[in-house]
Design a protein around this ligand. Structure first.
Ligand code: UT7
Length: 323
């Protein structure tokens, strides 16, 4: 038993924040941001849009593409590091909103920017084990709510959005061939948010609840790790590097993506690149890129896709998919 993707969807909030807009907030320039990251603009969720609202829009599009209703879903997994509530989970809220069968499992996964790959890997295991037939897997983030708008090292990088995929059990040879998930907690101090609800509100005032990142150090580990993980999942599935049709990477920085593609001997024409349009949307970035390439016709049935991501924790992971 395997799981195959039967529908994808994504959603970006309407409000656009360009690099030029950011020039008015911090000491930066459109040129610096584009040259160092490839980002041109990002989206910002409206005050009436929370993580659940973004997730809902992406999920509805994925369900429509799969031509099924929420009632036919028996597992909901949402990857996010910016949930609306401590509990209940974003996934439980969506279960109700989307009319997913009461009693079906629904939960959030916290793995920062690797969240969607983690959620996909977990849902795939549920399906392989026969515990679910159809899973809704979502990455949704309101990253702009945890940005320090005075820190030019982070505020120019992130944006809001959501992406989703519907998985279905199949006995065919296609679908998710292999997933690999990893974490190394020794790197916590390079990328983190220094507050959580367990620390109480005085600590929030003291430390601030915003992303802290030592970008350059994160960059170096990310480049080395992503090249390794790509090789690992190819080996697990017994697939040659040259067989990959599309690399669909986490969209954090075009330079990290270029370095990964180079190590895989893949020309950039076979890499799905969307970071310019939405910046780093954390767990939402891989499913947004996947959905973009499915909808514009680049990704075709039968092609081999390599999805990969790297983020806070550090966490990282990959999924090899015969689409
Ligand atoms: O998704 C989760 C994982 N996160 C990532 O993958 C992010 C990884 N890191 C990166 O993408 C890059 O490291 C950044 C884009 C964050 C930074 O690029 P960099 O080439 O590593 O630059 P840097 O941190 O080495 O900084 C170079 C210079 C510094 O100035 P000095 O010390 O050379 O005078 C920074 O202060 O650029 C300066 N700088 C900026 N200048 C203009 C840092 N941020 C900005 C900015 N605008 N926004």
């Amino acid at each position: 038993m395997r799981s195959r993707i039967i529908g994808t969807g994504s959603f970006l909030p309407e409000r656009v924040l360009t690099n030029h807009d950011l020039e008015r907030l911090v000491e930066t320039s459109d040129q610096w941001i584009q040259e160092r990251t490839g980002i041109r603009e990002r989206r910002v969720a409206g005050s009436d849009e929370d993580c659940r609202a973004l997730a809902r829009r992406a999920a509805e599009r994925a369900l429509a593409a799969a031509q099924i209703s929420g009632q036919e879903i028996d597992l909901v997994v949402v990857a996010t590091c910016t949930p609306d509530h401590i509990f209940p989970s974003t996934a439980s809220g969506l279960q109700r909103i989307l009319g997913v069968r009461p009693g079906a499992p629904a939960f959030d996964v916290s793995a920062a920017c690797s969240g969607f790959i983690y959620a996909l890997g977990i849902a795939d295991q549920f399906i392989r084990a026969g515990s679910a037939q159809r899973a809704l897997v979502i990455g949704a983030e309101t990253m702009t709510r945890i940005l320090d708008w005075e820190d030019r090292g982070t505020c120019v990088l992130f944006g809001d959005g959501a992406g989703a995929a519907v998985l279905e059990a199949t006995e065919q040879e296609e679908g998710i061939l292999a997933t690999r998930l990893h974490s190394d907690g020794r790197y916590e101090s390079l990328l983190y948010v220094p507050w959580g609800p367990g620390q109480g509100f005085p600590a929030l005032q003291e430390r601030g609840g915003y992303i802290r990142m030592r970008g350059n150090e994160v960059f170096k580990v990310a480049v080395n790790t992503l090249a390794r993980i790509a090789e690992e999942s190819l080996e697990a599935a017994g697939v040659e590097q040259s067989e990959i049709d599309w690399l669909i990477p986490h969209q954090a920085n075009v330079r990290i993506i270029q370095a990964t593609a180079k190590r895989l001997n893949l020309p950039m024409s076979r890499v799905v690149l969307t970071v310019g349009e939405h910046g780093n949307t954390s767990a939402a970035s891989v499913p947004i890129a996947l959905d973009t390439a499915v909808r514009d016709g680049r990704v075709q049935r039968g092609q081999l896709l390599l999805l990969e991501a790297f983020g806070g924790g550090f966490t990282w992971g990959s999924a090899l998919i015969r689409y």
